[in-house]
Write a new protein. Structure first.
Length: 318
């Protein structure tokens, strides 16, 4: 039996309860998403149809079904958005830090498993489990979201933070980044609790940076409209900026206007040189370019963190 297969078996034995727990969470999530996409959505859709058909003040509407659907959708979306932090907490606490702290890593190295193979086995199995589990949940969540179109009026906009990530592969990439951060942190800080805290904080920082960078990874579009037409494209996609456009074509911020009449606001805008509105944003057609470019950036970061882990381990072991 090769040393790599021995190391893989040892990895499974050490982390089997974490892998079993992860598998159980994925199975529960799959079951709830299937229920959400099937019977629960049908009940909620009937409730919305009753509400739309209601012409009287006293109508029979299944508001309970609509509430159950909305509450479960929000709960599952929140849970999926928090998945990278769950992975980060586990990876920071146990993936490498605990074995270095307890001395089991040194024991493995003295039994014919090289440090590089030890680290490779610690990363490969969790990475496969995270990719498979998170990938299935993301695919089902997107199916639920897509199937609710024209059926449930509470359908979340594609550009909203939690929905954007719960619906696409960028969330899987963030989970893998969290795994790589945990491995590197454990090698640098081989103590369980400090490594856990640092990994969660670093994952939050990288996630925030990726989300900030995301709108600039693909060319945006700009819509210009007249004052009487209002902002065109506002609240329909990922917005970068909006304001006034001048006669020279320049884009300037719109001054605050709290008047109830558009005529009053228009005179204020014209005093500042404005001739119309502009909105720079990403429409729905940019969803997949934004997802894929963000995913690519996160995977590059993951690869760099993984390479750094092997460099740190080589220096640590001589």
């Amino acid at each position: 039996m090769s040393t790599l297969s021995v190391s893989a078996r040892w990895t499974f034995r050490l982390h089997r309860w974490a892998l079993i727990t992860w598998a159980a969470l994925v199975v529960v999530g799959v079951g709830l998403l299937v229920w959400l996409a099937g019977p629960l959505m049908d009940q909620a859709a009937r409730g919305w149809q009753q509400l739309q058909a209601c012409q009287e003040s006293m109508c029979t509407v299944d508001s309970a079904a609509m509430g159950r659907y909305s509450n479960l959708y929000e709960l599952l979306t929140d849970a999926m958005f928090l998945m990278p932090f769950l992975v980060a907490a586990w990876a920071g606490a146990t993936l490498t830090a605990r074995e270095l702290e307890s001395g089991t890593a040194l024991l493995a190295w003295t039994q014919g498993v090289t440090p590089a193979r030890w680290l490779a086995s610690r990363l490969a199995l969790p990475a496969a489990a995270v990719t498979a589990g998170a990938g299935v949940l993301v695919a089902l969540h997107r199916y639920v979201w897509s199937a609710s179109e024209d059926r449930v009026d509470t359908r979340a906009g594609w550009w909203l933070l939690r929905t954007f990530y719960a619906n696409g592969p960028a969330l899987v990439a963030v989970c893998l980044t969290a795994l790589a951060v945990g491995a590197l942190t454990g090698l640098l800080v081989p103590r369980t609790l400090p490594a856990l805290g640092i990994t969660v904080a670093a994952t939050a920082l990288l996630f925030t940076a990726a989300h900030w960078l995301m709108p600039y990874l693909w060319p945006s579009v700009t819509e210009v409209s007249r004052f009487q037409d209002g902002y065109r494209g506002l609240y329909t996609g990922v917005e970068l900026s909006h304001g006034l456009v001048t006669s020279a074509g320049a884009h300037i911020p719109a001054p605050d206007c709290h008047a109830t009449s558009m005529d009053v606001c228009r005179r204020i805008y014209e005093q500042h040189g404005g001739t119309g509105f502009y909105v720079t944003f990403h429409p729905a057609s940019h969803y997949w370019p934004l997802q894929l470019t963000t995913t690519a950036v996160l995977l590059v970061v993951t690869a760099l963190l993984t390479a750094a882990s092997f460099v740190v381990l080589r220096r640590r072991t001589g």
